[in-house]
Design a protein. Sequence first.
Length: 171
Amino acid sequence: MNRELLIREIEHLVESTKGPFPYDDIRKMKRSERLAPHFRAMGDEEDLLESDLNTYFMCIAGIGSRFLQGSEGGTPKEAIQWLALGDFFTIFPKYRFLEGEWEAFPQFSHEYVSMRRMREIELELLLTNDELLALKKHNPVQGWNHFLGPMTVIVIDDSDDDLDDENTEVV
């Protein structure tokens, strides 16, 4: 797709997500008959949905604003790597119980779908097809040792003898 059209789509997505964070829908999720048991089972220590979702959304929105300012070349590599791991439910698998349920919450649904699309556009613009394929092959989720979530070294060139899978450090 045309780069200019994709950047215009980012602009539209940024504008459409300027409303409030979906706190109301998250509260409704936590009280809903179907989802409340999952949240209770997680306990207060593990239930960080608002924080985790905000971190995910802010990373995407931050990269989107870089595109709108024309400064995407300075996007931190770690942010790109983190988003390349997958969608919110891949990066934060403890919330997988929300899959197939979040669509019933319109504010959450709008924000999530918009951010998911923005993430797809950003990765399409920042990475080549070969890099995207390499990321899927070389970047399994290995832990939660970084404030943004799971971070691993991404090997894009298999010929680099300095990095082998057994010695790859989690960043």
